[in-house]
Write a protein that binds this ligand. Structure first.
Ligand code: AMP
Length: 501
């Protein structure tokens, strides 16, 4: 029997009758039933001509069936290609043209519009709650066993398109081995077991909700409460039955605004994990005060899966993303890939079994992002402290160069966030006739707070070298964010590009 990710899931399932999925309003689904549903779907894929290595593009809403489809692709040896449910038909046409999927599974309600944009594509559909659509109809009566394709750990399991903040989105090729190694490490370092129930409110088209959350549960034999989306009432309703939660920072900031968050409502919880965007130190502290739990922050990206994590046992440092995972090498390097010393800021580079195989059909781009010794340049800037903890100071492309001097937005943002009356901040460089780039601060005020541009400037006065001072401070109602809660700085640079013109 070939060794691949799905085989490892099967071997890990504790008691096949144990519940894997707990979808609200539907009966629990056991591991056995999940694998059987995946077998039925795999038969449908094969009937539609899918052979190992074929891409299966998927744009559906979150449901148990969406996960069975992922497992069906693994069983059939197909390459699972999930797409953000917010993409429009014309955006989908780019992905389809690039990945050339054999088959496209879309939401029933979108089929007509997508088919018009992709006239030569073969489609199956899935209803938004997962219980209808041609995929489901065709799977009815199909056998509940399936002769799994003999793919191995080095074969592709998935292509995940990066969010593409600069230029077009790139397809990150992830192997069965990439996904398995990461799931196994995270299970160990976060102590996941068959006794765990994960509160799952993340989307299933992104690495966080799909691979970090789902694969860890499958490898650990844990159950997941599969909420269709993040909704405060639903989350607080499900919390008593969970032991762990994984979320993006916005989940935590929103839960902090709710009086239902307290020591009692979280007493039984074992672990809260945050990632995909920076968790403000303020949120970390606020959460700990209210609940007694220190949120565990980890760091990863589509191309590498997870790289570092704060420890389960030991200090979880606010503002830090922790220590390298077992088997993952992390270094801070200069422009030439030369390792820098402790405390110095440079590019975060990583190497290990978690790191992807390359960008789909972009060999030159792939080559340009790897060092000759195998390290991948993440595009994130960071620094490592005396205890080996990594902190991220921003994306390489967000670095501001003003008057020829390097300025790291995070340093200024951290000071701004501490000011009374400031809810959160984002600092970007905008074209400036004199300085090249002008440091520009965007602030969201706390409710009912009154704070002026001059007060902010004065407050920074003593704390920050003159050249790092914002040229302007602008107040906004909210920062633009994508579905994973990441602040879209490229969008801010575009909107305000003429501020200093
Ligand atoms: P994605 O590929 O969408 O998961 O985005 C990966 C990027 O998100 C990384 O390269 C980081 O810039 C950012 N990121 C992920 N986790 C964290 C974290 N804990 N703190 C700060 N940034 C993070």
């Amino acid at each position: 029997m070939a060794d691949n990710l799905f085989q490892r899931f099967v071997q890990s399932a504790p008691d096949p009758e144990k519940a894997f999925l707990l979808p609200p309003g539907r009966p629990p689904v056991s591991f056995r039933e999940s694998f059987a549903a995946a077998a039925r779907f795999a038969h449908v894929l094969v009937r539609h001509g899918v052979v190992p290595g074929d891409r299966v593009a998927v744009q559906v809403e979150k449901s148990p069936e969406a996960l069975f489809l992922y497992l069906a692709c693994l069983r059939a040896g197909a390459v699972y290609l999930p797409l953000n449910s917010g993409y429009t038909p014309s955006e989908l046409a780019y992905f389809a043209g690039d990945a050339e999927p054999r088959l496209f599974v879309c939401s029933e309600k979108n089929q007509a519009a997508i088919a018009a944009a992709l006239p030569d594509m073969q489609f199956l559909t899935l209803g938004d709650d997962g219980t209808s659509g041609s995929l489901v109809t065709e799977a009815n009566g199909a056998p509940t066993d399936f002769a799994d394709a003999g793919v191995s750990m080095s074969d592709l399991a998935s292509i995940l398109y990066t969010s593409g903040t600069t230029g077009r989105s790139k397809g990150a090729m992830l192997t069965h081995g990439n996904l398995f190694s990461n799931a196994a490490s995270l299970k160990d370092v976060w102590y996941f077991s068959g006794r765990d129930v994960l509160l799952h409110a993340l989307p299933l088209f992104h690495i966080h909700g799909l691979f970090v959350a789902t694969n860890v549960c499958l490898i650990a034999g844990a159950a997941m409460i599969l909420l269709p989306k993040f909704d405060l009432d639903a989350v607080f309703g499900a919390l008593p039955n969970a032991t762990t939660m994984m979320g993006v920072p916005t989940f935590y900031t929103r839960m902090l605004t709710d009086p239902r968050l307290n020591r009692d409502s979280t007493r039984h919880m074992r672990l809260f994990v945050s990632g995909s965007a920076p968790l403000l130190a303020d949120t970390h502290r606020g959460w700990q005060e209210r609940t007694g739990h220190a949120i565990l922050e980890r760091y990863g990206m589509t191309e590498t899966n997870m790289n570092t994590s704060n420890p389960y046992e030991g200090a979880r440092i606010p503002g830090s993303v922790g220590l390298p995972l077992p088997g993952v090498d992390v270094r801070i390097a200069d422009k030439n890939g030369q390792p820098l010393g402790q405390g110095e800021i440079g590019m975060i580079e990583v190497r290990g079994p978690n790191v992807f195989k390359g960008y789909w059909r972009m060999p030159q781009k792939t080559q340009a992002e790897f060092r000759p010794d195998g390290f991948f340049m993440t595009g994130d800037l960071g620094t490592v402290d005396a205890n080996g903890y990594l902190s991220i100071v921003g994306r390489d492309k967000d670095l501001i160069i003003s008057g020829g001097l390097n300025i790291y937005p995070k340093e200024i943002e951290s000071l701004l966030d501490e000011l009374p009356g400031v809810e959160e901040s984002a600092v970007v460089g905008l074209p400036h006739p004199d300085f090249g780039e002008g440091v520009t601060a965007f602030l969201v005020k706390k409710k009912a707070a009154s704070i002026t541009e001059k007060e902010v400037m004065d407050a920074l006065g003593e704390k920050l070298a003159r050249f790092k001072h914002p040229k302007r401070v602008l107040f906004v109602d909210q920062l633009p964010r994508n579905t994973m809660g990441k602040v879209q700085k490229s969008q801010m640079r575009e909107t305000y590009k003429s501020l200093y013109a």
